[in-house]
Design a protein around this ligand. Structure first.
Ligand SMILES: [Zn+2]
Ligand SMILES: [Zn+2]
Length: 219
């Protein structure tokens, strides 16, 4: 069975698209792209020289890029107001921004003040059975919801099920099991992170090497 898949544009995506349409109307024009495609086809069939096609496009485009860089207005990405004051600078208002990993709290005066914090959803019906701190509704990295203690990692209480009033305290044995599991997970995450950093460093090195070789060829 096929499931319908829905795609949603993020605020950043919409903002970037609006910016491009506004500042590069010629390059994003339907007729322009259609004509370009035709010309590239002709280049592929050796009916046109690529140098001419490229220089015809590149001159006006480079000028436009420079103009936009110099005069284009910096676009403010839409934020949601919270009505709360920033706890760091005590001046700006806290706003909700959309980042790579979803929504987060941020100071309205950014980049002046760099305060940022995750958005916390409290589960208000009961408190943590182990330490009486508040319970937070969190999501795993795969998006599954769970309940966890606000004091994590000091208190590792967590539950997939909605907490209820009669919930028992975690026994010592269960606590040890939970700590072992969390430590294992943390080690795995750190390992993955280290691998990713290593791969990125390698890629960077390769890019630099390629650049240097290019330079040598030019000389
Ligand atoms: Zn602030
Ligand atoms: Zn707790």
């Amino acid at each position: 069975m096929l499931y319908p898949v829905m795609f949603f544009a993020t605020t950043i995506g919409k903002t970037v698209s609006d910016f491009l349409v506004k500042n590069f109307p010629d390059q994003l024009d339907y007729e322009f792209t259609a004509e370009m495609e035709e010309r590239l086809d002709k280049v592929a069939h050796r009916k046109l020289k690529w140098q001419g096609v490229l220089s015809k496009f590149y001159g006006p485009f480079a000028r436009r890029v420079k103009q936009v860089e110099e005069k284009g207005k910096r676009v403010k990405i839409k934020t949601e107001k919270t009505g709360k004051k920033c706890p760091k600078c005590k001046k700006g208002e806290l706003v909700i921004r959309e980042g790579k990993f979803g929504k987060f709290l941020s100071c309205g005066t950014f980049p002046k003040c760099k305060y940022s914090a995750p958005i916390v959803n409290y589960f208000r019906a009961i408190r943590c059975p182990d330490c009486k701190a508040r319970i937070v509704i969190r999501k795993t990295r795969k998006g599954r919801e769970f309940y966890g203690c606000e004091k994590y990692p000091e208190c590792e209480w967590a539950s997939w099920k909605k907490p209820t009033k009669g919930m028992k305290k975690t026994t010592k044995k269960e606590k040890e099991k939970r700590t072992r599991r969390n430590n294992k997970r943390r080690r795995e995450i750190e390992k993955k992170k280290a691998e990713m950093e290593k791969a990125e460093a390698k890629k960077k090195k390769e890019v630099e090497k390629a650049k240097e070789e290019e330079k040598k060829e030019v000389e």
